[in-house]
Design a protein around this ligand. Structure first.
Ligand code: SF4
Length: 247
């Protein structure tokens, strides 16, 4: 009788470097060096997803003085929080953790009820505003640049993401670096497997994009990359406000 074999881990089934991976890697490393050279006040925003653990690893390997921060919304999966603990224990420099104002969250839930996020898009965006955008603004206060894990492949809305995004310069005075913008999903996992980078085990359970627990589910074969985020909403609405580009 055949025993059921466990599904391969994400780092086993997804790792597949592009033909030009080495060139992409060099470009990413050079971009991170240049970002660090050009900005004293620069931070990496990490969701602790696959792209972000790759970027944090590159920053550490290159020895760049770039602070990493995480937004702990109070609604993250326990697997994400456990990864944060492991990263904090292993990090050369402290990882900043920014949380929403607890009294505002309590007041919001008391007034609206947490299930309101599934009923009205305005309520969902309002929850993101309280739990994510306000702490993000605090995390980026005084920064002239930040680094994110956005990739063009992630969704149609991100198909044009540039490596260096200056669209926030006029409004917020910041440059946004997206050093993996041109990487494929296979590239990301190739580097995780190659470098044996610690990652969120939810990726093994078919969560490609990981956010808050109430708003993230696993995806099925053939579903788009971000189908598991705010799955009850239209595709066009699937951003939380962290990455809206100025027109
Ligand atoms: S992702 Fe969901 S739980 Fe997290 S802040 Fe947004 S609406 Fe709230």
């Amino acid at each position: 009788m055949n025993a059921l074999r466990p599904a391969p881990r994400a780092c086993e089934r997804l790792a597949q470097a592009s033909a030009d991976f080495e060139a992409k890697l060099s470009q990413t490393q050079e971009l991170l060096r240049a970002a660090s050279r050009d900005h004293v006040a620069i931070k990496q925003a990490s969701s602790l997803g696959a792209e972000d653990v790759v970027i944090s690893h590159l920053i550490a390997e290159l020895g760049l003085p770039i602070t990493v921060f995480v937004l702990d919304t109070g609604a993250l999966h326990h697997q994400t929080l456990a990864l944060l603990e492991r990263q904090q224990a292993a990090a050369r420099w402290p990882i900043e953790v920014h949380r929403p104002d607890a009294s505002r969250v309590i007041e919001w839930v008391a007034r609206h009820g947490q299930s309101a996020i599934y009923e009205r898009i305005e309520s969902r965006k309002d929850c993101c505003r309280v739990r994510k955008l306000e702490p993000l603004a605090r995390a980026l206060q005084g920064q002239t640049a930040w680094i994110t894990g956005l990739r063009r492949e992630q969704s149609d809305a991100r198909a044009e993401v540039p490596l260096v995004d200056t669209s926030e310069l006029a409004t917020l005075g910041r440059t946004k670096y997206n050093p993996l913008a041109h990487w494929s999903w296979g590239d990301v996992w190739h580097w995780i497997a190659h470098e044996q980078i610690d990652y969120n085990p939810l990726h093994d359970d078919f969560y490609p994009s990981i956010g808050c627990a109430p708003c993230t589910r696993a995806i099925s074969l053939g579903e788009p990359f971000r189908a598991g985020r705010w799955w009850w909403e239209d595709e066009s609405a699937k951003e939380c406000g962290l990455h809206v580009r100025a027109a």
